[in-house]
Design a protein. Structure first.
Lengths: 105, 107
């Protein structure tokens, strides 16, 4: 859900994202894709009983397409294929350690 | 509630505590929760993450969540009309909030 842009943005949306694909034995390659960014509604009611359910949802991929790029200058024994995700849709959800590296800071 | 630079703010709500299912003694008090909109993002994982996860963690999520940074104890009076007395019980309430670590157990 998108309500406003920039500083006061609330929600979770697809956003342009660039990164450098790095793999030992190959040359680096800059990749432009789409990822997720936003501000999800989170709350923490009471740290002790009587507990009320905490709600810590984060902006992550809803629908995803996986793409494969061929890295340049790879050594003969190194596969040049490099997989990466493209976000088709993003939403506020629980961070699943099944398929996601969940980092918080 | 207003959301400015600090996106994690105190929000009041009523808590009702009952001594048992029948509500022999009960009391209601306003306590504060932390509620807000903190920044989070998800993007393709670095190659080191892909290798470490055996290519299962293709996505990395970097997030902050609205959490309690300061709390305080308050007394809630439980009235027991039939027994003609009252009990006090202490519970915690939020006093300050910030965007900080999302807690996995609290997702």
């Amino acid at each position: 859900v998108t309500t406003q842009l920039h500083g006061s943005f609330r929600g979770c949306a697809v956003r342009d994202f660039s990164f450098v694909a790095q793999k030992p034995g190959c040359r680096n390659l800059r990749i432009d894709t789409e990822a997720c960014w936003g501000r999800c509604h989170t709350w923490e009611p009471l740290p002790e009983p009587p507990y009320v359910q905490r709600h810590h949802r984060v902006c992550s991929y809803g629908r995803t397409r996986y793409l494969m790029v061929r890295l340049p200058g790879c050594q003969p024994h190194v596969s040049p294929l490099y997989p990466y995700p493209l976000a088709l849709q993003c939403h506020c959800t629980v961070c699943s350690t099944q398929d996601t590296e969940c980092e918080t800071f | 509630w207003p959301v400015g630079n600090n996106n994690s703010l105190l929000h009041p709500f009523n808590v009702t505590i009952r001594s048992d299912r029948r509500g022999t003694c009960k009391g209601t008090h306003v306590v504060y929760a932390c509620v807000g909109y903190c920044e989070s993002s998800a993007f393709p994982s670095r190659y080191s993450v892909l290798v470490a996860s055996n290519f299962t963690h293709n996505i990395t999520s970097a997030s902050r969540c609205c959490t309690i940074s300061k709390d305080a104890k308050i007394k809630v009076r439980l009235d027991c009309p039939r027994a003609r007395h009252h009990d006090d019980i202490e519970i915690l309430t939020a006093r300050a909030c910030h965007c900080d670590m999302c807690r996995k157990s609290r997702y």
